[in-house]
Each structure stands twice: as structure tokens, then as C-alpha cells.
Design a protein around this ligand. Structure first.
Ligand SMILES: Cc1cc2nc3c(=O)[nH]c(=O)nc-3n(C[C@H](O)[C@H](O)[C@H](O)COP(=O)(O)OP(=O)(O)OC[C@H]3O[C@@H](n4cnc5c(N)ncnc54)[C@H](O)[C@@H]3O)c2cc1C
Ligand code: SF4
Length: 482
């Protein structure tokens, strides 16, 4: 049977309500006043964008919400979305000294939301770009968090920036991929509009490689930034994969962001393949949109899943079930539609997963969501940029201090560089690349390329970015020194 929408609008909206609702003004002041305003605050060190957290929290205690938002947005232009989507337990809140005192950590994410919501609602722009441009142009491929982080910083430095994206709107996965109960797409679209007001030009519906050629950008612009993220879901390679109810989990989440909630089709019995954070988002939203049953199938054990523990707990609370040490071997069809999944148990020997012979059974279901990892865009990037180096894991190789690639005029950031991390990492890398471009084009007092060795890097290092993480504010400080 074809799948259908299952809930009326009011029920669907109620089920998808914010899991972390905003603070009231009074709650925010009380929470802010718990902060110890630590010297050398560990929460700042744990933030990839280096937001001065105690400073913005102190401003909230004195009702200076605009000042608090300025502190946040100058460090991280996507401060409003990061307030909602950051896994704060693993970052700033996980580093809060309150935990050492056996108290609850300061709720930094919700305080950040309080400040950034204030300026968004009041229509106050706290970031500005110089009226006079510096005569240099930069092309940015991809309007996701990495491209936006790069574009905003370059605009503030006086560059004329054009961002190209194949989608009809900006924001990348922030607009089309985040779980609806964490953030509505409007928040991300508001951030894009704020960056537009810095003078950045956006060209939507433009696919690089089809509508615009990288060679033309390399000829016409002073630098190019690659922020194209990752591709679609990896294929399963099993029979029945092309049935209509076998859907990429990213496409399912995109339906949720681009259709009324009451028009999103969902199965009665949904199976999600994979056990990363995308799988958890998919299974949780399937349940919240009315699936009677939603099951995660994962080929390894619970200890090896890449989903964060708090995401796993959320899915369990929502009623999702988990089949560990299990793989799909075939999608079962009836009258051209999904009727079930043949599953088999797995065993792990010497780190390798194999199917246990004779362990197969059929699990009845009417929808299968694929969340088994996203493809890297290696083929596209190598075709567009001859000579661009890509590492063995399909990530664009780069100098982690400046995000410069093996092609001097080309910089990279976000998932295309890291292979897939978080929004805050992408925006930090975009900003770092903007500073790298500025240095490359002579923006330092000394002029010329910022040498990696000045940041404790081996000269000429071109790495994955994981080996030598250099934080944005360290690069900013090095640039200021010249
Ligand atoms: C389902 C899902 C849920 C997630 N949830 C969270 C979360 O809760 N919290 C969190 O911090 N992170 C989350 N992430 C991770 C986060 O979304 C990414 O790390 C982040 O969006 C990466 O930013 P990016 O700019 O590198 O790529 P993207 O956001 O993917 O943006 C890339 C942009 O490039 C465009 N593009 C691609 N190819 C071309 C081309 N040829 N021509 C023109 N444009 C092109 C795309 O249309 C897109 O707009 C999630 C990821 C997924 C998949
Ligand atoms: S570590 Fe915690 S208490 Fe200290 S400044 Fe940061 S948020 Fe405040």
C-alpha cells in the first residue's frame, strides 16, 4: 500500500513542538545569575567558534540582550541556530565547571537563544559591513553553515561575495535537514536574510558544474570557497531498494521542512537503517508524525552506534525500538510496494561484521528510511577542480590553519572538509577560511599567505583538519598580530 499522511495539522504541530522551549525573561535572568563568570572559562574553549560565553551571560544579567547578541554573533554568525541545534552537552555545557561542583551545568544554549531571539524579534542588526568594498570578489559554493560563515566574515572584511546554491533557499541542512522539534526552518532563513543585509549576493537554483562552471569562477574571482557539504544517502545494494517507500532519510526530513506537517506521508510500520544521529532524527520524527511502530536496524551493538546517548534516550522515550546486530538482506515487495524487510543477525569477528547463516526472518513494514551515511562529493569536486587533493576518506585535503586546499585560490570548510560534523564546526571552518582567504590576498599587516608554522603547524601542512584543530579565535589573534 502507498504510504499516507497520518495526523491532522494540530496534532502534528503539537508532537513537533520545541524539545528545548525558550526561557521566559525571568527564567533567563535567574539562570544567567548562576554563572560563575570563570576566568579562562572552559565553556569558551569547548565552543568551536570561541564565543565569549561568560561575557554574554553577564550582559543577560543586566538586561543588555542586544549586547549579549552582539558578543555571540560577532563570534558565530549562526548563533541563533547553534543555540537550538548544538549538542551542548558535548560542547560548552559539557565543559561547564558547575559539573565539577556536582551541580547542573549552566543552560548556555537556551541563554544564547534568549539573546539572539531578542535581536531577531526586534529587527536589530548587530553586525555591519563597510560601505566601501575592497575591490576583491569571492565566490562561495554552497549556502550551508560553512558557506554562510565564510560569506558573513568576508562581507564584514569588505569583500564582494556571491554565494551559489542549487536549492531554492539558503541555509543548507540547517534549513532542510535539522529535526523539526529542534529548529524550524524559519530561524535558519532569518539568518540567511541577516547575511544578505551584510551585502552578500545569493544566487539560488544554480548548480555548480551544470549552470556555472568552476573554471569561470577561478578566472573571474580572487578566491573560491567550497562549502558543498555531502551528497545523498549511500546505497544499500540489496534487492527492492528502488521501491517507492524506500526513502533517503534526508529526503524524508526535507519533506517535513518543505510541506505542511499534515501532508507528510509516513508508514504505519517504519524501519530506519543505521544508528547515527540522522537515523535517530528520522525514527523520532516518523513516530511524532503518526507511525504506529518505528524500529532502528543496526548491524553492530548499542555500544558502537555513533548517535549521541541523549539522542538515543530521546528516541526510546518517543517509543522507537532497536534491533541491534541485525542487517537488511532484501526489501520484500507486494504489488510494487514495500511489505517487509528480510533481516539477518550479525556477528562481529576481528572487527568485521558478518551475517549469521540461517538467522534470517521477515519483519513486516511499509516504509524503509535509509540513514547509512552520506556519499562524499568526490567525483564532482575532482571534475570541477582538476588537481584538487582529496584524502582516502573522500574529504577535501586542506591546511587546517587556513582551510586552503591544494589549489592556492581554493578554500574549503564544513562537511566537504571534515566528512561530516556539526553545524558549529561548519560555521567555524567557514569563518576560518574567510580569514585564510583574507590572509592569502594580503590581508595581514605583513601581507601574503599566513604561514601555518606561525600557528604551531608544520610548514606547508595539508591535512584533514582533524589532526591539528586550530581554533578560529587563534587564527583571528594571529591575523591581528600581522
Ligand atoms: C539529518 C541531519 C541532521 C543533523 N542534525 C544536526 C544537529 O541537530 N545539530 C548539528 O549541529 N548538526 C547537525 N547535523 C550536521 C550539520 O547539519 C552539518 O554538519 C552542516 O549542515 C554542514 O554544513 P555545510 O555547509 O558543510 O553543508 P550543508 O549544510 O550540507 O550545505 C551544503 C550546501 O551546498 C549546496 N550544494 C551542494 N552541491 C552543490 C552544487 N553542485 N552547486 C550548488 N550548490 C551545491 C547544497 O544545496 C547545500 O545548501 C545534521 C546533519 C544531518 C544530515
Ligand atoms: S564554565 Fe559554566 S560557570 Fe563558568 S563561565 Fe562557563 S557557563 Fe559560566
Amino acid at each position: 500500500m502507498p504510504i499516507q499522511p497520518r495526523l491532522d495539522a494540530a496534532t502534528a504541530m503539537a508532537n513537533m513542538a520545541d524539545t528545548k522551549p525558550p526561557f521566559t525573561p525571568q527564567e533567563a535572568k535567574v539562570e544567567a545569575s548562576r554563572c560563575l563568570f570563570c576566568y579562562d572559562a572552559p565553556c569558551i574553549m569547548a565552543c568551536p567558534t570561541g564565543i565569549d560565553i561568560p561575557t554574554f551571560i553577564r550582559k543577560i544579567t543586566t538586561d543588555n540582550l542586544t549586547g549579549a547578541a552582539r558578543t555571540i554573533l560577532e563570534a558565530n554568525v549562526l548563533g541563533a541556530s547553534c543555540a537550538r541545534v548544538c549538542p551542548t552537552q558535548m560542547l560548552c555545557e559539557g565543559a561547564c565547571v558547575m559539573l565539577d561542583l556536582e551541580k547542573d551545568p549552566i543552560q548556555i544554549g537556551r541563554l544564547q537563544r534568549r539573546a539572539t531571539d531578542h535581536v531577531a524579534a526586534a529587527g536589530i542588526d548587530v553586525l555591519h559591513a563597510p560601505a566601501e568594498k575592497n575591490g576583491r570578489t569571492v565566490a562561495i559554493l554552497g549556502a550551508g553553515p560553512a558557506g554562510l560563515g565564510c560569506a558573513a566574515e568576508l562581507a564584514r572584511l569588505g569583500y564582494a561575495v556571491t554565494v551559489y546554491d542549487k536549492k531554492p533557499a539558503g541555509g543548507g541542512l540547517n534549513t532542510y535537514g535539522i529535526a523539526y522539534y529542534k529548529m524550524r526552518p524559519e530561524v535558519s532563513l532569518d539568518e540567511v536574510r541577516m547575511i544578505e543585509r551584510l551585502g552578500v549576493t545569493f544566487r539560488y537554483g544554480v548548480e555548480i558544474g551544470r549552470d556555472v562552471h568552476a573554471a569561470d569562477l577561478l578566472r573571474d574571482d580572487h578566491a573560491v570557497f567550497i562549502g558543498v557539504g555531502l551528497g545523498g544517502a549511500n546505497r544499500l545494494g540489496i534487492s527492492g531498494e528502488d521501491l517507492p517507500e524506500v526513502v533517503d532519510a534526508l529526503d524524508f526530513i526535507e519533506w517535513i521542512h518543505t510541506r505542511p506537517l499534515e501532508a507528510v506521508p509516513v508508514g504505519r510500520r517504519v524501519v530506519v537503517l543505521g544508528c547515527g544521529n540522522t537515523a535517530i532524527d528520522a525514527v523520532t520524527q516518523a513516530k511524532r508524525l503518526g507511525a504506529d511502530e518505528a524500529t532502528i536496524v543496526y548491524r553492530r551493538g548499542a555500544a558502537e552506534m555513533s548517535a549521541y546517548p541523549f539522542e538515543y534516550d530521546l528516541a526510546k522515550t518517543d517509543g522507537a525500538t532497536f534491533l541491534f546486530d541485525t542487517v537488511p538482506v532484501e526489501v520484500v515487495a507486494k504489488d510494487g510496494h514495500v511489505a517487509g524487510l528480510r533481516l539477518a543477525k550479525t556477528a562481529v569477528r576481528d572487527g568485521r561484521v558478518s551475517v549469521v547463516p540461517g538467522s534470517e526472518w521477515t519483519h513486516a513494514c511499509d516504509m524503509v528510511l535509509k540513514a547509512v551515511g552520506q556519499e562524499k562529493q568526490v567525483g564532482l569536486l575532482e571534475r570541477l577542480f582538476p588537481g584538487l587533493k582529496v584524502d582516502a576518506k573522500g574529504r577535501v585535503a586542506h591546511d587546517p590553519a587556513t582551510m586552503q586546499t591544494s589549489l592556492p585560490k581554493v578554500f574549503v570548510g564544513g562537511d566537504a572538509a571534515s566528512g561530516g560534523r556539526e553545524v558549529v564546526n561548519a560555521v567555524a571552518e567557514g569563518k576560518k577560511a574567510a580569514l585564510g582567504i583574507h590572509a592569502f590576498l594580503g590581508g595581514t599587516a605583513a601581507g601574503g599567505v599566513l604561514q601555518p608554522s606561525r600557528l604551531g603547524m608544520p610548514d606547508g601542512a595539508v591535512g584533514s583538519g582533524f589532526d591539528h584543530p586550530i581554533r578560529v579565535h587563534e587564527l583571528e589573534a594571529a591575523l591581528k598580530q600581522g
